[in-house]
Design a protein around this ligand. Structure first.
Ligand code: DGP
Length: 131
């Protein structure tokens, strides 16, 4: 399978590694948009969040939390923890990954400002509720 994160995880392609264990790896995102932008990936190919088992995602979240805490300990003031799940949600690499983005006040904006759509939230919650 031609997957860039599989190639990084199995050592075929270089990365700037931050963390590794038997099931997961974390390395710097190539975009260099925010200082220290890190990706946590499973070594085994899993396409996206919904396809991961509870056990797999739990491990990745634990690693993301450890890295997030490490970055705060190093002096960053906060972190964004982001999973883009599926193409419509702007997932561009189809190997599950958690973005851990160290932040400092005033270092830029991760999201465009969003505006209310005027939705009837009561009606929508009724449609979306898990029964
Ligand atoms: P997403 O849009 O959530 O699928 O994020 C994919 C991220 O992967 C994006 O921020 C750029 C990063 N990326 C893509 N190709 C490579 C690569 O070859 N190496 C590294 N380190 N990061 C990559």
């Amino acid at each position: 399978m031609d997957c860039i994160f599989c190639k990084i995880a199995n050592g075929e392609t270089n990365c700037h590694k931050i963390y590794e264990d038997d099931k997961a790896m974390a390395f710097l995102d190539i975009s260099d948009d925010f200082e220290g932008h890190t990706l946590v990936v499973p070594k085994k190919h899993i396409a996206n969040f919904n396809e991961s088992s509870n056990c797999q995602i739990t491990h990745l979240i634990k690693v993301a939390k450890q890295i997030s805490q490490h970055y705060v300990d190093l002096g960053y003031e906060g972190t964004n923890i982001v999973i883009n799940n599926g193409e419509a949600a702007e997932q561009s690499v189809h190997h599950l990954h958690i973005h851990v983005i160290p932040r400092r006040k005033g270092d830029g904006k991760l999201y465009m400002p969003l505006h209310s759509r005027g939705t009837d939230l009561q009606k929508l919650a009724k449609k979306l509720r898990i029964k």
